[in-house]
Design a protein around this ligand. Sequence first.
Ligand code: K1U
Ligand code: ZN
Length: 180
Amino acid sequence: MAIRPILLHPDPRLKKRCEPVETVDEEIRTLIADMFTTMYDAPGIGLAAPQVGVLRRVLVMDCAKSDEEDPAPIAMVNPEVVWESDDLNVHEEGCLSIPEEFNDVERPAQVRVAYTDAEGTAQEIECDGLLATCVQHEIDHLNGKLFIDYLGPMKRQMITGRMKKRKKEKAAAKGTTAKA
Ligand code: K1U
Ligand code: ZN
């Protein structure tokens, strides 16, 4: 189980719609295992495949509330929101591809998601609270959408400007050139 590098915004791969997975095979199971390792190492509560440069419809999450609570890992292949509530919820969101930036985002408070699990079995789950926020954030990644796309253009441009600067500084420290 390997830690894979997480792509940082702006990167054209984070703006692409990802391709569905046809068969949950060993390659997909290795991707899922690596994504859990990468997410826990970051640390984060979710991670989508495009964030590690793989443009397939795969995500992982663990929204367990605290270190005292048992881990609650969930891997989803080809997730689809099949129902969403009319009532909305505002939650502060962060993103491992946009570190150190946090903003409130309004989304449906509850969603029902159909997906295939790591064994290739069809599943359906009803999500609310942080899990509902997180699963919608991760499914957005699979459609090339970032949480900053919900913000006004001024806020979005400010965050993108700060990220470009940080990427340049990081690349300079490593002696490489920042892409995008
Ligand atoms: O998709 C991602 O970039 C992961 C992101 C998921 C997310 C967080 C908050 C609201 C919606 C979606 C993160 O995990 S950011 C890091 C984070 O939230 C966190 C990190 C350590 C402990 C607890 C939370
Ligand atoms: Zn994210």
